[in-house]
Design a protein around this ligand. Structure first.
Ligand code: SAH
Length: 294
């Protein structure tokens, strides 16, 4: 069977790097895929069609990008390493009509910076910023329907954790306001050049059906931060510590009982026990309380 990506091998990756006199950069989290089977599984999990407009973060030398260009309609890739545009111009030359490169830090890219509104994010992400990027992109790009991404295994666990489990935290709640896990598989270190020192997982996240009011989303994120300020304390103590520090303008002694009452939440439970719908009720109550005050 022909390969989906002509770059997905150690020999081909080394040859491209050597040709341009480059070494992989640790500071940028560069771990290039060298197994075409993994590239194919990422594309399969993303369920790509020619209708898809894909945004990729961190194309590297273009290994996954080449496969995305074969399976999707259009691809825009965001790459921060200023050495790579010259490489990508060569490796992706056959696809120049459906490929755009945005040379930028993905953390600073907004919808107006892209040539189209992407419906899918597919990427082997730089691990240091992966969790932040995924949450930011679901929030920032309302066109995004799914994200199929390679992340550190622990991050995938946090993304898909159930209430009451050890990986469930403020990040899980925040991400789940926008999206939920829809499949994943683990990837061994040997599939990358150079191999990372952490375990990797490809996870697909699908956007939730009901779009959320951004004001309620922000309020609910504040509730998640407050509830997990200290995960060993009760909700009421953890939230008190958070608000005393973060919002001295609020009357916390008055607010907390109001929130628990209106949201019908037991103040003695721990934040890790509450599910998304309960965080949303706290978010609503927080908006009511702060509205009354203004
Ligand atoms: N997708 C490629 C490379 C993944 S390695 C492959 O699978 O082979 C991660 C890539 O993200 C590297 O190319 C790195 O330079 C890039 N990168 C790191 N930080 C970035 C950032 N903030 N914005 C955009 N790209 C970044």
């Amino acid at each position: 069977m022909p390969r989906l990506s002509s770059l997905a091998s150690v020999a081909d990756t080394r040859a491209v790097l050597d040709q341009f006199g480059l070494m992989t950069k640790k500071a940028l989290g560069q771990h290039f895929l060298i197994n075409d089977g993994i590239v194919a599984r990422i594309c399969a999990l993303a369920e790509l069609t020619k209708e898809d407009k894909v945004v990729e973060i961190g194309p590297g030398i273009g290994t996954l990008t080449e496969a995305l260009l074969k399976e999707a309609g259009e691809v825009v890739s965001i790459e921060r390493d200023t050495d790579l545009p010259a490489v990508l111009a060569q490796t992706l030359e056959p696809w120049s009509s459906s490929f755009t490169l945005v040379a930028a830090d993905a953390l600073e890219v907004y919808p107006a910076d892209l040539p189209f509104a992407p419906n899918k994010l597919v990427a082997n992400l730089p691990y240091a910023v992966a969790a932040t990027l995924v949450l930011d992109y679901f929030e920032r790009f309302s066109s995004l329907q799914s994200a199929t991404i390679m992340v550190q295994a622990e991050v995938a666990e946090r993304m898909s954790a159930a209430p009451g489990t050890k990986n469930y935290g403020a990040y899980t709640v925040k991400l789940n306001l926008f999206a939920h896990a829809a499949g994943k598989f683990s990837v061994a270190e040997s599939n990358f050049f150079p191999p990372p020192r952490v375990k990797s997982t490809v996870i697909r996240l699908d956007r939730n059906e009901d779009p959320l009011d951004p004001v309620l989303a922000q309020a609910t994120m504040t509730m998640a931060d407050a509830a997990f300020e200290n995960r060993r304390k009760t909700l009421s103590n953890s939230m008190k510590t958070y608000f005393d520090r973060m919002r001295p303008d609020l009357d916390v002694a008055e607010m907390l009982p109001f929130l628990f009452e209106e949201a019908s939440i037991d103040p003695k439970v721990r934040g890790e026990k509450l599910k998304l719908s309960e965080y949303l009720r706290l978010g609503e109550a927080f908006l009511h309380f702060t509205d009354h005050k203004n």
